[in-house]
Design a protein around this ligand. Structure first.
Ligand SMILES: Cc1cc2nc3c(=O)[nH]c(=O)nc-3n(C[C@H](O)[C@H](O)[C@H](O)COP(=O)(O)O)c2cc1C
Length: 429
């Protein structure tokens, strides 16, 4: 550097410093450093409109651009529900990957299962934008997306394509082969290596805005996705499709489930995909009792509840400027309401129907409370949009640590512990 002028020396010094910082930033992003995401990546993403940031996140996951975080498997978090083995009980909630574009990326990120949807039979644009609002101060989101969806055919093709290693490229007329062989020990090999299991993927079904008879759309969903899905969800609880939540009423729900189950019975799979109903946290006590009564009527019929969707209620404690926006509220302010609804549904169904608990979970402790209330599995959405991918290893480590401290060897032992404690107290009294 002897012949360089002072200006040139400063310039190359600066280049080295900036280059060094860029490399360090790249490494921190690549390895999913929690503090880096918390203080730099996520605040930067928050400069974008919420829906733009969300689309970017989906695109990154779609193309496998996700941090290469250390994946630790915890024995205590492994669980079996509906005869399916979950490597961990934390799933991605519906609405994040509405169109089944990012399933493999999200599984790779560390989710134990992914739920795609809600999917409507025909493609539809949803409500006008802006329709997603970030309430950062409240760690919450308000959305009124209104089921923007690519429609059944497109999403089916995506989900089918990712299964080609297991099922081959041709969609067989006789769909019998599209089933449990995905899980068999004789599953396919590529160049002598077992293709890893395809992960657990649930499909959440919605209805088109203009469809008069909702059952027609849900039946179409069962027919289309019944052979591929690990479980099916009838979503009757989004607040953004007029009339949808009325389907949770006793008579309407009975009629709808009867029709959907009749369609499911026609599937050629030997073991039919479990059917779940996703409910609102805004149900009255009577509504909850009615839902429990209806789902309890079917032996081997409705095999799960997802509790809960977003709420239309607004607590006076909300601080953010977007708190007055219309739509469904999710994230931290939903947490207690959702946990209470899980507790109620677990009690009303006598713990016979597995519940996926969702609403405001952002830590291992939040997750633990959902299991204690009665959840067998949990899901997250809003917290992921605030914390980014490091959320998963953090939550898993926290949850595993709580279990270890409590001397619990399996998460399944915790399910419904609140109710058991309550009844022990009642007996003692
Ligand atoms: C932007 C957005 C879109 C959503 N879309 C759907 C949807 O299409 N179908 C559905 O069943 N739930 C949908 N949800 C609800 C979530 O699946 C979940 O039930 C709710 O957000 C509560 O979880 P959280 O507090 O972890 O976000 C959506 C949530 C958000 C924030």
């Amino acid at each position: 550097m002897g012949g360089l002028s002072r200006a040139q020396k400063i310039k190359s010094g600066l280049q080295i410093v900036i280059g060094g910082h860029l490399v360090a930033a790249g490494i921190a992003t690549y390895i999913g450093n929690e503090k880096w995401y918390q203080h730099v990546v996520m605040p930067t993403l928050r400069l974008l409109q919420p829906e733009t940031a969300h689309s970017l996140a989906v695109k990154c996951a779609k193309h496998g651009i996700i941090p290469q975080m250390k994946t630790v498997q915890y024995e205590s978090l492994k669980t079996t529900v509906w005869g399916k083995q979950f490597e961990n009980p934390i799933g991605l909630a519906a609405g994040f990957d509405k169109n089944g574009e990012a399933v493999d990326g999200m599984l790779k990120m560390g989710f134990g299962f992914v739920e795609v949807g809600s999917i409507t039979p025909q493609p539809q644009p949803g409500n006008p934008k802006p329709r997603m609002f970030r309430l950062t101060q409240d760690q919450a989101i308000i959305n009124r997306c209104g089921f923007n969806s690519d429609g059944h055919d497109t999403v089916y093709d995506r989900l089918r394509t990712r299964l080609i290693p297991w099922l081959g490229p041709v969609v067989p007329d006789d769909r019998n082969m599209l089933n449990e062989n995905l899980w068999s020990p004789d599953r396919p090999t590529i160049q002598g290596k077992h293709v890893p299991a395809p992960g657990i993927v649930g499909v959440n079904l919605g209805k088109n805005k203009d469809t008069k008879d909702a059952a027609v759309d849900y039946i179409a969903g069962v027919k289309k996705f019944g052979e591929l899905a690990d479980y099916l969800v009838i979503n009757v609880s989004s607040p953004n499709t007029p009339g949808l939540r009325a389907l949770q009423g006793k008579e309407q729900l009975t009629k709808l489930i009867d029709q959907v189950l009749a369609e499911r019975a026609k599937l050629s799979r030997k073991i039919k995909p479990p059917l779940l109903v996703k409910i609102s946290p805004d149900l009255t006590e009577q509504d909850k009792a009615d839902v429990a009564f209806v789902v309890g009527r079917y032996k081997g019929g409705v095999e799960g509840l997802i509790v809960s969707n977003t709420t239309v209620a607004r607590s006076p404690s909300l601080k953010s400027r977007w708190k007055g926006e219309e739509g469904g509220l999710s994230g931290a302010p939903l947490k207690e309401k959702s946990t209470q609804t899980i507790r109620d549904m677990y009690r009303l169904t006598q713990g016979r129907i597995p519940i996926i608990g969702v609403g405001g979970i952002s830590t291992g402790q939040d997750a633990y409370e959902k299991f204690r209330a009665g959840a067998s599995l949990i899901q997250v959405y809003s917290a992921l949009s605030f914390a980014g991918p490091p959320l998963l290893p953090k939550m898993k480590a926290e949850l595993a640590e709580i279990l270890e401290k409590e001397g619990i060897t399996s998460i399944s032992e915790v399910v419904g512990a609140d109710l058991k404690t309550e009844s022990n107290h009642a007996v003692a009294a």
